[in-house]
Design a protein around this ligand. Structure first.
Ligand code: URA
Length: 236
């Protein structure tokens, strides 16, 4: 990230501007090994080594969070009726920034939710032209069979749109399946199974493009993306 040092530190370290200025005044910031108290100097975290308390100030100034959305929580960022939203599960410092949700999940679905204030990335991952693959663990009322596998592998006409070929892999005799789709239309997986005469009884998103749900996260828990995850997802 490039810009005034105090703004860069505030954005990358999730501090308020006055907290960043206090850290600078206290001599906790170095640029290429030289202590710098002047918040107005221009910096570039890619070209220079900027440290706060000895730790690299990195990133591009955007917030990238992975949340394990539990069943019952809306994947919106606000709800007029006061229902719990994904944003309510984050601490205040992130709520203030107001990251957007990348690709919604139904209220009764759970799993990987990516939240970011990087609008370009959000657009890229959700636009039909870029179509990041999304993989779900699906539980059905009755087993999927070979004909369902074949039907998911070719375009499926859902009335208002035709899907791109996806994939269905049966687990445990077909009651549970791994399904990968390329778009993210409203209720898409439920509708695809309904078209096959089956009902989805549970749905969990496992991945969006290269980003996988961290299985050590409990429902409702979140964490920032690692440097590697951020780099991978930004390549999409
Ligand atoms: N497909 C659905 O039916 N629901 C989701 O939440 C995601 C994909």
């Amino acid at each position: 990230m490039k810009g005034r040092l105090d703004r860069v530190i505030a954005a990358c370290c999730l501090l308020s501007r006055s907290e960043a200025q206090a850290a600078l005044k206290a001599g906790r910031v170095t640029i290429d090994g030289v202590m710098t108290r002047d918040g107005s100097v221009k910096t570039d975290t890619e070209a220079q080594t900027v440290l706060l308390d000895g730790k690299r100030v990195a990133g591009d100034g955007f917030v990238y969070l992975m949340l394990y959305k539990p069943v019952g929580v809306l994947s919106a960022t606000e709800d007029k009726k006061g229902e719990t939203t994904a944003l309510d599960l984050l601490p205040e410092c992130y709520r203030r920034i107001g990251p957007g949700v990348v690709g919604r999940l139904d209220k009764d679905a759970e799993g990987l939710l990516l939240l970011t204030d990087n609008g370009d990335l959000n657009h890229r991952l959700t636009s039909p032209r870029h179509h990041a693959d999304k993989t779900y663990l699906v539980t059905l009322d009755r087993p999927a069979d070979e004909s369902d596998e074949a039907a998911f592998a070719v375009p499926m006409d859902l009335g208002d749109f035709v899907t791109q070929p996806g994939s269905l892999k049966r687990l445990e005799e077909g009651r549970r399946c791994l399904v990968t789709i390329h778009e993210g239309k409203y209720h898409q997986i439920k509708r695809m199974f309904a078209a096959r005469g089956k009902t989805v009884t549970a749905l969990k998103r496992l991945s969006i493009g290269p980003l996988r749900l961290d299985e050590s996260l409990m429902p409702g828990a979140w964490r920032p993306l690692t440097e590697r995850e951020r780099t991978e997802i930004l390549k999409k």
